[in-house]
Write a protein that binds this ligand. Structure first.
Ligand SMILES: *Cc1c(COP(=O)(O)O)cnc(C)c1O
Length: 428
């Protein structure tokens, strides 16, 4: 595979690198949308991952069980619905570097963020603030502001926003640590992304957690763009909680069931929570008693019985990750993203600036690209790529995101993207 020191820009080189890719066979496990009779070049796995071919049958199997077994499907069938969320637990724990008791698949990301803030944002005397980044994803910002107001806090005072301090709009670790140090005594919760959605920058969760804990703050992470993309060691990072969605790199379909992590040290917490019957201790749940006794661990935050038709795709997707092996995926991810970066610098450096950090440890597979010149040229290029069967995404005001995901992207896809950019430049 590609070592940027040894790339060349020819198609033959890209084809050779793909032929040598031990994960190349996984591409055929995904449905590839078509454009004018050929596969599109899909760089949008950061937004909606492609459909694994096995997903359709997994969903129709559950529809069949429902048709044939009706209520008995809770106890019979290959994977009885009663315990269905447990069938994804081990794979989910593996992909985020957690212990099984620390993870649960449930709800959607923003819902989980609220549920965990109910437990982990507990403003007290003199310590009521939440630290987020200034360019936080809107939903996270809305959720944080809503929590502040819910607790009678004034966001003008209690929302601390960390502005990007690096030239490309990224955050230096020094700035994050300085803000934690400076405001630590009044911060109740530090909430940061694992990978920043706009810039693709990856943060060091363990370092941030350590600094925030030293100041007595609770730490949560939004891993929407990190899960299935970068190596995560949530347990060892020591963070208190984390949430993520599963329709991006986890390829589990639009609106897929999301995930949550609660560190083992909180497995038997007495913190307040918004309780529902599925969070009740499993062995006594059906005694239907009036008193809520939470299941130890992340399972205790569940409200409702799980959506089986939505969990089936997640189960399939996590199986694909398990078979591919995350270390191998990450290695390919570094290589292909490194190749894309190299191609940009070599072929179209006069058109595109790379916003995402260069160091492999500070990014996943996504590259955020700023088109030189006025905003309109960025839109123009974006639309040109679309017409050319190349799917990237556009984020206001001026960012094109391209994420070569290692499960289904190839070197030749990256080359096709860059050659298309070069053609656009020549035609202007
Ligand atoms: C994608 C994304 C979300 C989406 O939230 P949903 O509740 O799944 O709609 C939230 N936060 C971040 C940082 C994201 O990237």
């Amino acid at each position: 595979m590609s070592d940027p020191g040894r790339c060349d820009a020819s198609e033959d080189w890209a084809l050779g690198a793909d032929a040598a890719d031990p994960l190349g066979r996984f591409r055929a496990e995904f449905c590839m949308p078509q454009h004018e009779g050929r596969d599109i070049a899909y760089f949008c796995g950061n937004s909606l991952g492609l459909q694994p071919r096995a997903t359709r049958k997994a969903v129709t199997d559950e529809l069949d069980y429902w048709a044939e077994l009706a209520v008995e499907g809770h106890f019979r069938g290959r994977l009885p619905w009663m315990d269905y969320h447990e069938f994804v637990r081990d794979d989910l724990a593996a992909i985020v570097g957690a212990r099984p008791i620390e993870v649960v698949a449930m709800n959607s990301l923003s819902v989980n963020l609220h549920l965990l803030m109910v437990s982990f944002y507990r403003p007290g005397a003199g310590r009521a603030a939440i630290l987020i980044e200034k360019s936080a994803f809107p939903s996270d910002r809305y959720a944080v502001e809503a929590q502040l107001r819910f607790h009678g806090q004034d966001p003008g005072e209690s929302l601390i926003e960390l502005a990007p301090d690096e030239a490309d709009g990224t955050l230096s670790e020094a700035a994050i640590l300085a803000a934690i140090e400076k405001h630590g005594s009044r911060i109740a919760l530090v909430l940061l992304p694992g990978v920043q959605y706009l810039t693709g920058q990856a943060l060091d969760l363990a370092t941030i957690t350590k600094a925030a804990h030293a100041q007595g703050c609770v730490v949560g992470f939004d891993l929407a763009h990190a899960v299935g993309n970068i190596d995560l060691h949530l347990h060892d990072s020591g963070c208190d909680f984390a949430v993520w969605c599963s329709y991006k790199y986890l390829n589990s379909g639009p609106g897929a069931v999301a995930g949550a992590f609660v560190h083992e040290r909180h497995a038997r917490t007495t913190r307040p929570r918004f309780a529902g019957w599925w969070g009740h201790e499993k062995t006594t749940r059906f005694e239907m008693g009036p008193e809520f006794r939470p299941t130890p661990g992340a399972d205790g935050w569940q409200l409702s019985n799980p959506p089986i038709l939505a969990l089936a795709p997640l189960r399939i997707s996590l199986e694909v990750f398990r078979r591919a092996g995350f270390d191998a995926l990450r290695e390919k991810s570094r290589a292909v993203t490194g190749y894309l970066e190299w191609l940009i610098r070599e072929r179209v450096a006069d058109v595109l600036d790379i916003v995402t950090p260069t160091e492999p440890a500070r990014r996943g597979c996504q590259l955020s690209l700023r088109v030189k010149g006025p905003r309109e040229s960025g839109r123009e290029l974006f639309e040109h790529l679309q017409r050319d069967g190349i799917v990237v995404d556009w984020r206001e005001p001026d960012i094109i995101r391209a994420a070569p995901t290692p499960l289904y992207n190839r070197h030749v896809d990256c080359r096709r993207l860059i050659e298309s950019v070069a053609r656009w430049r020549s035609a202007r």
